[in-house]
Ligand binder design. Structure first.
Ligand SMILES: Cc1cc2nc3c(=O)[nH]c(=O)nc-3n(C[C@H](O)[C@H](O)[C@H](O)COP(=O)(O)OP(=O)(O)OC[C@H]3O[C@@H](n4cnc5c(N)ncnc54)[C@H](O)[C@@H]3O)c2cc1C
Length: 421
């Protein structure tokens, strides 16, 4: 490390987490480069629902989740699918996933997540104002809608977890819901609005603008695939890439769902999987909600985007290399038309676009965030699952705290790579 305290820091992966970490590191005065194997922002950060939901503290595995799995798997319009050939590979992850859903554990996971996701918009603000990207981020809240009082009651624990972590909500009955969001189907009879939440109307553009600002401010983008690290004892000497070694004083692994082999190269075996998700977009939709709206039973979100209406969600367990099953995206269209009856019954194909992306997921719905066991100079920042856009701004700040050698702003012990034993 140079005497001045200025370090040369390499981030691996230019998704939302990578650009936020790079931005915070750069603001601390470091010389930062991002290594990207594909196109910046074209990983999971490309096609998500765009929600910056500070209220997203509920883990995916909850008490009772497992009881729903057979019903979800059998329902062709259901929110979960599994490629059976992938079952042997994912079985150990599924076992951990089931164990993570005990009542005590979900309370602890929610407590750990809130400081990471809660301040999302405040932490993002200085980055978007410097990058001239304020027009892409909106604070209009997030609406959850239910088809019956019983289905809202089934989500009781999720709302309890949010409330006990300081999330304030407003509940609406059928009439109030209609006034709030007239585009919604009358089948919805309950709504819960979380006003603190926000969204971006263009996730890719957001990553690109943050990246452009980082580059204009002296940051570098290296087009290469990171393969491992050259260490001198516990000191980092260089990041090894397909096109040669890049000397660095510190490194950040923010390669999303592709981070596992990089952590394994450092001796940390983390059960990182991909929960594949899909989106379907309609350009020039006949109807659109005003604010992002989640169908709580269907587990998908309808987000008003600059480029049209995006339905995003669902989980497919099939690994990193299987080709997309575009029927999963079409399911979102069928569900979306039920949510918004003002949409046409059919659309010309040129107005429809589909996408599949890899959520980087740990079984306990918490990321891996903190130093590697091989070197305190190599920091993990991956595995944010369903909440990576939301958690990215604070994750980036914590990475900068760790590189500075100071204590991070929040407790990161629950995110340790070693927690899986
Ligand atoms: C359908 C869907 C909806 C979602 N909705 C939301 C939402 O509303 N709100 C929310 O908060 N989150 C949401 N998410 C989750 C969110 O999109 C992800 O958690 C987040 O984008 C992860 O960001 P990342 O930077 O870690 O990964 P990525 O965006 O995947 O970026 C990783 C980058 O690393 C690069 N890379 C990989 N390996 C290497 C290597 N060896 N060398 C160099 N580069 C490498 C990749 O090319 C990629 O560009 C959603 C996800 C899906 C799939």
């Amino acid at each position: 490390m140079p005497v001045s305290g200025v370090k040369r820091v390499g981030g691996i992966g230019a998704g939302m987490v990578g650009v936020c970490a790079a931005s915070w590191l750069q603001r601390d005065g470091h010389q930062v480069f991002l290594i990207e194997a594909g196109e910046p922002g074209h990983g999971a950060s490309f096609g998500n629902a765009g929600c910056f939901n500070g209220s997203s503290v509920t883990p995916v595995s909850m008490p009772g989740t497992i009881r729903n799995v057979p019903r979800w798997l059998l329902d062709p319009l259901g929110p979960l699918s599994l490629r059976w050939g992938y079952l042997p590979a994912i079985a150990p992850w599924l076992v951990r996933f089931m164990r993570a859903g005990s009542p005590e554990k979900v309370h602890a996971q929610a407590r750990a997540l809130r400081p990471l996701v809660g301040p999302t918009l405040e932490t993002l603000k200085p980055l978007i104002s410097a990058a001239g990207a304020e027009d892409l981020v909106h604070r209009l809240g997030h609406l959850y809608v239910y088809r019956s009082a019983q289905s809202l009651a089934k989500d009781r624990l999720a709302w309890e977890l949010r409330r006990e972590n300081g999330v304030e909500v407003d509940e609406f009955d059928a009439d109030e819901l209609r006034q709030l969001e007239p585009a919604l189907s009358r089948d919805y009879v309950r709504g819960v609005l979380v006003r603190e939440n926000g969204h971006t109307s263009n996730p890719l553009e957001l990553v690109e603008r943050l990246l452009e600002h980082f580059l204009r401010s002296g940051g570098e983008l290296v087009r290469a695939r990171a393969r491992g690290f050259r260490l001198d004892g516990q000191r980092l000497a260089a990041i090894q890439t397909g096109t040669g070694d890049l000397p660095a004083d510190a490194a950040v692994i923010c390669a999303g769902a592709y981070s596992k082999p990089l952590a394994a190269a450092l001796g940390d075996r983390v059960p990182l999987e991909t929960e594949r998700g899909y989106h379907l977009m309609i350009a020039d939709p006949e109807s659109m909600p005003r604010i992002p709206t989640a169908d709580a039973d269907g587990k998908f979100v309808a987000t008003p985007m600059e480029t049209g209406l995006r339905f995003a969600g669902t989980v497919e367990l099939a690994g990193l290399s299987a080709p997309p099953d575009w029927r999963r995206a079409r399911i979102l269209l069928a569900q979306g038309r039920k949510m918004l009856p003002g949409l046409a019954a059919s659309h010309p194909e040129e107005r429809i676009s589909v996408w599949m992306g890899h959520r980087p997921s740990l079984p306990d719905s918490l990321p891996v965030l903190g130093p590697s066991s091989a070197s305190p100079e190599i920091i993990y920042a991956f595995g944010h699952g369903h909440v990576g856009m939301t958690a990215a701004p604070m994750t980036g700040k914590i990475v900068a705290d760790l590189v500075a050698g100071g204590p991070p702003a929040i407790d990161i012990a629950p995110f340790a790579a070693g927690r899986f034993g």
